[in-house]
Design a protein around this ligand. Structure first.
Ligand code: BMA
Length: 316
C-alpha cells in the first residue's frame, strides 16, 4: 500500500468510487462546485487553489471578471465544497497554487508584467495580509508550483517556460532557492511524450509526498483540428532529486468528458491546480478548472493512482 507522507485531514471532501467504475480518478457527483454565480461580476471562476485552514479550508480563486481582467480572490469553506468568495482582489494574474511551508501559506501564480507572464510568489499566515516576494523568474513562464517543503535545505519550484501567446510547446523544469528570492540550479524534468499531451505539459497541484516519491499531477495538451484539449496526467518524482521521473503514466487519468468540461469559454479543458490529501486514509480530492468556466472536483486514492501509474508506466 502506498502511503501519503503528510497531515491527516479527516474532513477532506469524499465520495466513494461509483460501483463498476474502472478508472483511478472519479468525479464528484455535484460538479461543478464553483460557478460564475458564486461571485458578483464574475465572467468565470476556474483554475483555483485550496488548502486546509483553521478548522476548515481557504483558497485563492481565479476569477476572470466581466471586463475579462484576470484576478485572484480569497475564499473560505467549512467543507471544501461550498465556498464563500470575497470580492476583494488580492493579486492580478491567474492559475494560483497554494502550499503550506513552515507555517506560511505560499501562493505562486501567473503574474502579469508588461513583458509577459512570470511566476509571482507571495505568502500569508491569515489570508488577509500578503507579502509579495520577487518574481521567481523573468518572463515568460507559467505553471510555477512550489514543493510543500524544502528538499535538501532548499525551496524547489516546478516551472514551465513559454511564450507570450498560446504557447505551442512546453516542458516542465524546476529551480532551487535557499531564500525564495534567488533561483538557480535549474533542472529539466519532463517533455511531452504521448499523443494526449503532445503539445505541452505543465505542473498541476502542489506535489504530494508519498513513500514512493512525489506524486505530481500535471496537465498535458493535445492539439487537434478543434484547438487545444487539456487533460490530467500523473508521474512520480524522486524524493531527493525531484527532477528525476521514476514512473509516469503513458495516458491521461482525467480528460474532458462531462458537459461542463467540454463546453464553456474554452471547451475541452481539465486543468488541475490543487489537491487535498489525507495521510491517514490515502484519500485525495483534486480541484480542477473545467472549460475555463467553473471549478470541479475529482477523487482518487494514493494507492489507486500509484498502482495505475505503474501499470501504465511509460518508463518501464
Ligand atoms: C492555459 C492557461 C490556463 C487555461 C488554459 C486553457 O494557457 O492560460 O489558465 O486554463 O490555457 O485555456
Amino acid at each position: 500500500m502506498a502511503k501519503i507522507i503528510g497531515e491527516n485531514i479527516s474532513n477532506i471532501p469524499w465520495q466513494e468510487k461509483p460501483e463498476g467504475y474502472k478508472y483511478p480518478v472519479w468525479r464528484y457527483s455535484g460538479n461543478p462546485v464553483i460557478t460564475r454565480d458564486n461571485l458578483y461580476m464574475a465572467n468565470s471562476i476556474f483554475n483555483s487553489a485550496v488548502v486546509p485552514y483553521g478548522d476548515g479550508f481557504a483558497g485563492v480563486f481565479r476569477v476572470d471578471v466581466m471586463s475579462r481582467d484576470h484576478t485572484l480572490v480569497v475564499g473560505y469553506s467549512k467543507d471544501a465544497i461550498n465556498w464563500e468568495l470575497e470580492e476583494k482582489v488580492v493579486f492580478r494574474g491567474y492559475d494560483p497554487r497554494l502550499c503550506l511551508i513552515d507555517g506560511k501559506y505560499y501562493l505562486s501564480w501567473v503574474n502579469l508584467t508588461p513583458h509577459g507572464t512570470t511566476i509571482g510568489i507571495a505568502y500569508t499566515t491569515d489570508f488577509k495580509e500578503w507579502t509579495q516576494l520577487e518574481d521567481a523568474c523573468y518572463p515568460v513562464a507559467r505553471n510555477g508550483v512550489l514543493f510543500p517543503r524544502k528538499i535538501n535545505g532548499e525551496y524547489v519550484l516546478l516551472i514551465r517556460p513559454c511564450d507570450r501567446g498560446h504557447t505551442p510547446y512546453g516542458d516542465i523544469f524546476l529551480s532551487h532557492s535557499k531564500d525564495l528570492t534567488y533561483w538557480g540550479k535549474h533542472r529539466f524534468v519532463m517533455s511531452p511524450v504521448k499523443n494526449w499531451e503532445m503539445t505541452k505539459v505543465g505542473a498541476g497541484p502542489t506535489p504530494i509526498e508519498t513513500d514512493e516519491g512525489w506524486l505530481m499531477f500535471y496537465h498535458g495538451v493535445l492539439t487537434s483540428c478543434n484547438g487545444f484539449t487539456y487533460a490530467m496526467g500523473a508521474a512520480i518524482l524522486d524524493k531527493d532529486e525531484p527532477w528525476k521521473v521514476l514512473h509516469r503514466a503513458d495516458c491521461f487519468l482525467l480528460a474532458p468528458h462531462e458537459l461542463y468540461e467540454c463546453v464553456g469559454d474554452v471547451p475541452n479543458v481539465v486543468f488541475p491546480c490543487a489537491a487535498l490529501a489525507d495521510a491517514e486514509t490515502g484519500r485525495i480530492a483534486i480541484y480542477y478548472g473545467a472549460a475555463d468556466t467553473s471549478v470541479a472536483m475529482a477523487f482518487t486514492t494514493v494507492d489507486e493512482t500509484i498502482a495505475f501509474i505503474k501499470e501504465h508506466d511509460l518508463l518501464k
